[in-house]
Design a protein around this ligand. Structure first.
Ligand code: AR6
Length: 180
């Protein structure tokens, strides 16, 4: 892994709705019609234009499957776009959860690349209401993103936005291995 790849990854603790990236990622559900957690925060802060876009996508393709991703406007957010992805619900780890979670990260990055977006910020998908163990989710997130960046020049920069102190510590651990 070239050192320069790891340096395209940043870690930030805080509220993703305040992050000024070309796109922020939403940990949505397959209805795409909103929910709690980071999903609720993004729709509240971004305003109704995001839900209007989501409704059009639902009318066209009927929601979003686990591991897949769709893109909408960022509405009033500082980010231009929101990429909505649906993480797996944790079911003990024997229902293909790691592969589905990796698909989320890869499909978001591919969608960003298709739209020529240089910067993207991810929340810790599935680690809230969906109950994915945070240590396992952090390892999947960091490994999947690194692997993608090593093979693609765009997006140029990926930010992991951690909300709680446990995720901050876990991501710091994951990234320390890489940059040392
Ligand atoms: N900024 C950054 N991260 C946040 C924020 C925020 N403003 N708010 C929460 N987090 P969750 P999931 C973190 O539950 O587990 C929704 O109802 C939070 O601490 O938002 O993928 C959807 O509609 C956690 O680490 O998403 C789905 O039904 C992470 O974001 C379901 O929840 C993800 O927690 C998806 O569950």
């Amino acid at each position: 892994m070239p050192d320069s790849t790891a340096h395209r990854i940043q870690l930030l603790q805080g509220d993703i709705t305040k992050v000024k990236a070309d796109a922020i990622v939403n940990a949505a559900n397959s209805s795409l019609l909103g929910g709690g957690g980071v999903d609720g925060a993004i729709h509240r802060a971004g305003g109704p234009a995001i839900l209007e876009n989501c409704r059009k996508i639902v009318a066209r393709q009927g929601g979003c499957k686990t591991g897949e991703a769709v893109i909408t406007t960022g509405g009033r957010l500082p980010a231009q776009y929101v990429i909505h992805t649906v993480g797996p619900v944790w079911n003990g780890g024997h229902k293909n959860e790691p592969a589905l979670l990796a698909n989320c990260y890869r499909n978001c990055l591919a969608l960003a690349q298709e739209h020529g977006l240089k910067t993207i910020a991810f929340p810790n998908i599935s680690t809230g209401i969906y109950g994915y163990p945070k240590d396992k989710a952090a390892a999947v997130a960091v490994q999947t993103v690194l692997h993608y960046l090593a093979q693609h020049d765009v997006p140029e920069q990926v930010t992991f936005v951690v909300f709680d102190p446990e995720n901050l510590r876990l991501y710091e651990e994951q990234l320390a291995h890489l940059k040392s």
